[in-house]
Design a protein around this ligand. Structure first.
Ligand code: SF4
Ligand code: SF4
Length: 316
């Protein structure tokens, strides 16, 4: 494969940088109007969701339930969210004959099209490096229009600079999880749920931040807390910091050391109890088999237990 080919896209594009010129224009009256919105596969960023749920005047929980489908990115246990098409069809729920019903708040992928953003992280670098690809699908007539502009100009025109800036923390988390994936195995159910809630269900994450346990464990100033309670975007940016801390040990939120110590001690106590119960069950099972004349060196009974708390200061 050519090193610049991108797998999984409808045509074989090449990686481009921002200065590269493209030939493209999309406007009402073009023969293919709405063709791209009639058959969608659109992944959403956390900022896309924050913008759309505000636009629709609903909670993130309702938005996720009514407009999206969960999926696994790259089959490595990283939770992603896609637009759910219309019932029994492939078209976007926001497509109207006049165009996009949520145009000012349309997701990043819609803004970028037909450019695709490719975030990559080199093995020894933390920051993602960005390049782009031009996707040419047969139905899209926009490539035949005479307008030429650079990818940088197109990004600015489509308002993606703000969207990319807002999604930066999330992309870094995804890239980091992907690159660590094979080394640490599939993420646990608890860490996947936490990732999903913090990244996509901002209103549930707000309840979590407001909870007594969270407030005891993390030291947040009253002013900052008040801002997080009111501002979805600030809360989303905080969620990325929180995930970097609990999943990767990148400490940026001050912990109450005493509360963390108590939490860890409680978990250790619970773990000791579970292990004791499991030991008794194994012995009982082995005794039962012995009575039936079956000699078992190792019963092979599954170990009982739960993973260490994700945010209790024990990930140092
Ligand atoms: S959100 Fe708007 S631009 Fe994006 S697929 Fe739906 S109708 Fe098309
Ligand atoms: S030109 Fe391309 S992007 Fe614009 S409506 Fe047609 S298919 Fe969609």
């Amino acid at each position: 494969m050519n090193p610049t080919e991108i797998p999984g896209l409808p045509v074989v594009p090449v990686m481009l940088d921002e200065s590269k010129e493209i030939q493209f224009s999309c406007h009402k009256g073009i023969a293919c109007w709405n063709a791209c919105c009639a058959n969608i596969d659109i992944s959403l960023t956390p900022y896309d969701i924050v913008r759309l749920k505000k636009r629709l005047g609903i909670s993130s929980t309702q938005f996720l339930r009514d407009y999206t489908l969960p999926y696994e990115m790259e089959k490595d246990g990283i939770a992603g969210v896609k637009f759910r098409p219309v019932e029994g069809g492939t078209a976007c729920r926001f497509m109207t004959p006049a165009g996009c019903a949520v145009y000012e708040d349309r997701p990043t992928a819609c803004r970028y099209y037909p450019v695709a953003l490719l975030s990559m992280r080199k093995q020894d670098e933390y920051q993602a490096s960005e390049s782009y690809a031009l996707v040419k699908e047969a139905h899209c007539q926009g490539h035949l229009e005479p307008r030429r502009l650079s990818i940088a100009e197109y990004r600015s025109e489509q308002g993606v600079i703000e969207y990319d800036e807002m999604a930066k923390g999330w992309r870094e988390l995804v890239l980091k999880k992907k690159s660590l994936g094979p080394a640490i195995g599939a993420p646990s159910l608890k860490s996947r749920q936490l990732f999903f809630i913090a990244c996509y269900d901002i209103d549930t994450f707000r309840d979590f931040v407001e909870s007594e346990g969270f407030q005891k464990l993390f030291k947040l100033s009253e002013d900052y807390k008040a801002m997080l309670m009111q501002d979805d975007v600030e809360l989303m940016l905080f969620a990325f910091r929180f995930l970097k801390q609990v999943l990767f040990g990148e400490k940026s939120i001050e912990l109450d050391e005493e509360a963390a110590r108590v939490r860890l001690a409680k978990w250790q106590e619970r773990q000791a109890k579970i292990e004791e119960e499991a030991r008794k069950k194994r012995e009982e099972y082995a005794r039962m088999l012995e009575e039936e004349g079956i000699h078992v060196e190792d019963t092979g009974l599954e170990e009982y237990g739960e993973e260490a708390p994700l945010y209790g200061g024990c990930k140092e």
